[in-house]
Ligand binder design. Structure first.
Ligand SMILES: [Fe+2]
Length: 429
């Protein structure tokens, strides 16, 4: 009996034993960020605070919320070890850059719109009078190009089911399915953006005073919600391209989102500094942590990827600064002191220049309608605000299309160079 038991124990590798223990435990998290609760599957608690407009949108779309909402992937599916999490979507697949098929003048899209409003000179355009669900493939290609050029494009008063939103995302690339984020029931490609739920049900402790601490030092103060400037999913082998956030519950005032242009941030730098940065690579980390199989007791580790620090967008051909405060860890080939100094300056360029940013006010739509923001993560950063402090509901669904393998083309130009705008180095030094 003893020898059989011993044999059985020896037959299970230690990492598998730890994995089994973690999966079976009520109290140990599986690959979660600290503070996440341990609810898996549809969450009945979410229904108690679900905004009416969201409930109507989900029910009208035939989504089953009878057992709860939102839904978190089953515990058995969430990776425990870093190598498993890193292997997700590590394969090669053919990415089609839809914007490359577009008519550069975008006549089918812009010609059909009632109004095209550029919100600032460098970033942000609102299209009026079109429904996203009705776009033809030609218009979708042109929209992808418009997003690549203008960084973020807005559509108010949209009747859009989660399924249609997913379909659009699948047209633009491989849709990211997060291994552990809350999602729309039965639709793993649609992530739920709902601070009120994270606050009330998952115990995320953010307040008026602490929500922005990460903007000063993201290494010490973790991101709370999305209040710190960031770019989505930079730890992927092929990181996020187009992200589409559709809000179906919007406060009367507050909850704005801001975007900043990576093309314009790059063009703020001196030509000498651009030359120094061109071709450099950096290490990018995931938001969530996982265990190192060889050293599981050392605590959660983040997925790390190396990408170019300056990226060339495959459709516009323009160079953009690809960094963000929460997930760019270090520049390859520099000492940690040098890297911190330079990265902090680059984060500041993105975050502190109001003339390369747009702040979007999500206005409440008529009943049954919501508002969409569609942006290109390859050439931007974004952040949200929480000034409504949960007093009125704010709920959205997000679909992210993963894009190309990040690359830097030494022959590519900056946006201002390509558009023939002055580089203005007079009085710069
Ligand atoms: Fe984000």
């Amino acid at each position: 009996m003893t020898s059989t038991a011993t044999l059985k124990l020896q037959a299970i590798p230690i990492d598998k034993e730890i994995e089994n223990l973690i999966r079976a435990s009520e109290n140990i998290s599986v690959g979660t960020v600290p503070g996440d609760n341990q609810h898996f599957g549809p969450d009945p608690d979410g229904l108690t605070i679900l905004p009416d407009s969201t409930r109507k949108r989900l029910v009208d779309a035939g989504i089953d919320i009878s057992k709860g909402y939102p839904s978190r992937p089953d515990k058995s599916l969430i990776p425990v070890y870093l190598d498993e999490a890193t292997a997700i979507r590590d394969d090669d697949y053919e990415y089609i850059e839809r914007a490359k098929n577009a008519d550069p003048e975008k006549k089918a899209l812009l010609g059909a719109a009632k109004e095209v409003i550029h919100l600032t000179n460098h970033i942000g355009t609102e299209i009026v009078g079109l429904q996203l669900e009705d776009l033809t493939d030609q218009q979708k290609d042109e929209l992808a190009l418009l997003v690549a050029e203008r960084v973020v494009v807005f559509f108010r008063d949209q009747k859009l089911s989660p399924q249609k939103q997913l379909e659009l995302g699948e047209y633009w690339g491989r849709v990211e399915k997060h291994p552990q984020a809350s999602q729309v029931n039965g639709l793993p490609g649609i992530t739920v953006i709902w601070q009120d739920y994270f606050q009330k049900s998952l115990g995320s402790n953010f307040t008026y005073k602490n929500i922005n601490l990460g903007n000063w030092d993201a290494t010490k103060n973790s991101t709370r919600g999305a209040q710190v400037w960031h770019t989505d999913l930079v730890h992927e082998k092929r990181p996020a391209g187009i992200t589409h956030l559709h809000l179906d519950a919007i406060p009367d005032v507050g909850g704005d989102t801001l975007w900043s242009s990576g093309y314009a941030a790059y063009d703020k730098l001196s030509e000498n500094f651009k030359k120094f940065l061109d071709g450099k690579q950096a290490v990018y980390v995931s938001a969530h942590g996982y265990l190192d199989r060889k050293n599981p007791f050392s605590g959660p580790k983040k997925i790390e990827r190396v990408h170019p620090l300056v990226r060339t967008h495959p459709a516009t051909g323009w160079k953009a600064l690809y960094v963000n405060r929460t997930m760019t860890k270090r520049i390859v080939g520099l000492s940690s002191v040098e890297s911190d100094l330079i990265l902090n300056y680059l984060f500041d360029v993105y975050e502190k220049n109001a003339d390369i940013q747009v702040r979007f006010r999500w206005t409440p739509s008529k009943e049954g309608y919501g508002t969409s923001a569609i942006w290109d993560n390859r050439v931007s950063q974004h952040r949200s605000t929480w000034d409504h402090e949960g007093r009125q509901p704010r709920h959205g669904t997000r679909v992210t299309s993963l894009a190309d393998l990040p690359h830097f083309d030494p022959e590519s130009k900056s946006q201002r160079e390509a558009l023939g705008l002055p580089l203005d180095e007079k009085d710069f030094f």
